[in-house]
Design a protein around this ligand. Sequence first.
Ligand code: IPE
Ligand code: IPE
Ligand code: MG
Ligand code: MG
Ligand code: MG
Length: 296
Amino acid sequence: MKFEDRVEAYLDRIEAVLEAALPGPQVKPRRLHEAMRYAVLGGGKRIRPLLVYATGEALGVSADMLDAPAAAIEMMHAFSLVHDDLPAMDDDDLRRGRATAHKAFDEATAILAADALQPLAFWSLANAPGLRDFPAEKIRIIDLLAEACGSNGMTGGQAIDMAAEGKKLDAAELEHMYRLKTGRLLRASVLSAAYCPPACAVEELHSLERFVDYMGLAFQIRDDILDIEGSTEEIGKQQGADLAHSKATYPALFGIDESRRRADELLNEALAALDELDYDTEGLRFLAHLIVLRRT
Ligand code: IPE
Ligand code: IPE
Ligand code: MG
Ligand code: MG
Ligand code: MG
């Protein structure tokens, strides 16, 4: 069976893991918990959890060990989206085909829901049943996620993104921003699975790292292309939002053709990095193509 045929099962799996990890909607303070659930459940492509499971499959890691890293990374991602959409940041009203969290609730509740998702992600890792017997690996994954989200990771990238509005960046500056704001969480997805037992060799870790570094850039370039070429209905976000905010993006700075060329080039580099591995990386190859060819 191909990975593509297992995607549906993995999507059900991560939904159930997230559902179980989140406080119930009846638990007080109810509005806060409802907003956390709204931000996380019932939407999104779940690319990051799928990368966790696909990497785990390649390396022979049991799915039970991967549930907590997959859920923790998706919670961090959801937190980043809630803040990204706030009026003070990208000021978006639509996300995953419905109202953004601050529109469905209110700004204070959205900010607090995102605030609470962060510690919940770390708590879920710290208390992961699948990692109970592997304290050293668990700490390494917690360390990885903390770095991926901090000022040298996603949050730092978001700060550069905000400061770059209306500015001209060169390709290196733009790719640095993409590596941080988008690439680091994708990197954490692949490496968290690679840190689980049975740990792979250092050279193999480096190949996986190179693979996902290329894919992180390609993921954001595709996101930026879809902001221009996609439809609001397909992408579930307001089309043209980047242009409206004078965002520094690959297509805005270098044109759509060059963006497409760069995304294809990155895909090829990523696949070449996988060629160095002796593992069956069919799932990762499938996701790599999905990331560059997706329409949503
Ligand atoms: C959107 O991420 C934010 C970026 C980093 C570009 P996704 O495209 O993975 O969003 P969802 O989770 O599928 O909604
Ligand atoms: C988002 O980049 C990166 C994050 C870390 C959330 P964008 O601002 O382009 O993401 P979308 O297009 O709103 O999903
Ligand atoms: Mg943004
Ligand atoms: Mg945005
Ligand atoms: Mg975007």
